[in-house]
Design a protein around this ligand. Structure first.
Ligand SMILES: [Zn+2]
Length: 215
């Protein structure tokens, strides 16, 4: 049984890495964010609650995240283990989680704020068909023009320098105490999240003593 937590700033490739790990090693990827999105899309009672919170411009509370993670883990369909993403949200939850589930390791996808900024500010979106671009990794053939439909490329409303400062501060306020606690218990594998997708996955495998990654 392999039980992991994955932590990383939005844009660090957390979801991709967790999915690769889960598919390859028969683990269950438990993403609190995905569960919330599913609830909203399927118009459940919880989905309505989440929608109200987000409409008010607030973050979904730690207690609701805890309930979602606990309910999902209680399904016990993870015969070979799990990778949890989006939980725990604070030091109390982290402590309880470590004791209850006998976690094998915490994967910290480490990316400096300056690199997050560089990547996020390079994001573009086609105003017409919605295809995503990135001026660093996936440039359009003609500047400002969508390769697929010829539409105009725009910046997302919340991909501004100001919004990013707020997002990064919220991320650190929430995550740093959790990482500190995990670090004190010596669980954390720090992974350089600026490397390529394949290199990141390989480094996770090496540091956790898992079978090598064969893409
Ligand atoms: Zn387009």
């Amino acid at each position: 049984m392999r039980k992991y937590v994955i932590i990383g700033v939005p844009g660090s490739g957390k979801s991709t890495q967790a999915t690769t790990l889960a598919v390859d090693l028969d683990l269950v990827h438990i993403s609190v964010g995905d569960i919330f999105r599913w609830q909203v899309q399927n118009h459940t009672k919880m989905g309505a609650q989440v929608r109200r919170i987000m409409a008010a411009g607030e973050l979904v509370g730690d207690d609701l995240a805890e309930k979602v993670a606990a309910d999902r883990l209680a399904e016990h369909d993870w015969n070979y283990g799990f990778v949890v993403d989006g939980f725990p949200r604070n030091a109390r939850q982290a402590e309880f989680f470590l004791e209850s589930y006998d976690i094998d390791g915490v994967i910290h996808l480490d990316m400096p704020d300056s690199e997050v900024r560089r990547r996020v500010l390079a994001r573009r979106l086609c105003a017409n068909c919605g295809v995503d671009y990135n001026l660093i990794q996936s440039r359009p053939a003609t500047e400002g023009v969508c390769d697929v439909c010829g539409g105009n490329l725009i910046t997302r409303e919340d991909d501004t320098e100001e919004a990013l400062v707020v997002r990064l501060r919220e991320y650190h306020d929430k995550t740093d105490p959790v990482l500190d606690l995990f670090r004190r218990k010596e669980y954390v594998a720090v992974i350089d999240a600026t490397a390529s997708k394949e290199e990141i996955q390989q480094e996770i495998r090496d540091k956790l003593g898992l079978p090598p990654y064969k893409p």
